[in-house]
Design a protein around this ligand. Sequence first.
Ligand code: FES
Length: 190
Amino acid sequence: MAEHPSPHHPPHHAPPQPDRRDFLTKAAAIVIGGGLALVAPAAGLLVFLDPLRRKSEAGTAVKVATLDALPANGDPVQKSVLATRVDAWNRTPNVPIGAVFLQRLKDGGVRALNVACPHAGCFVDFRNSEDGYHCPCHNSSFSLDGSIKDPTSPSPRGMDELPVEIRHGTEIWVTYQTFRAGVREKIAVI
Ligand code: FES
């Protein structure tokens, strides 16, 4: 007599159930394979977009102003530093990369100080009434030569002085550079 499968008892020759471990192994292989497949395009994309490939003229001398822009009384003047930024596709002139205070000195030279406070990078202000600089963020104060004026200032060092050259008699060229904030040493930031 033929055997009829009962709804409650599956037949003896029912197809085997897939092994759960097989399923997990295959799933893991798909995930890993997919991940590896994404690595190469992602790496290419990173290279494509990598901002480190952009270069500016930080660290090289740029013309910032001319001598006639500086008051004869020695008051500092804030000037933007503009440079040419180059990346894989474009060469963009006049991109602001920072700012400096320029001060005419009695010996005919020019002093350039980075406006960024060495404490945490806020821009400092020149205060004519105090004959020096003041940082509005945490009240560091600096003398006109950039040295720390008030010993209770939180800034770990004086303002960062930058090299200056006078070219063609009147042009003020500054080698602009930024430095690590919050440390006593003057460490250039690339
Ligand atoms: S950032 Fe200038 S005192 Fe803190």
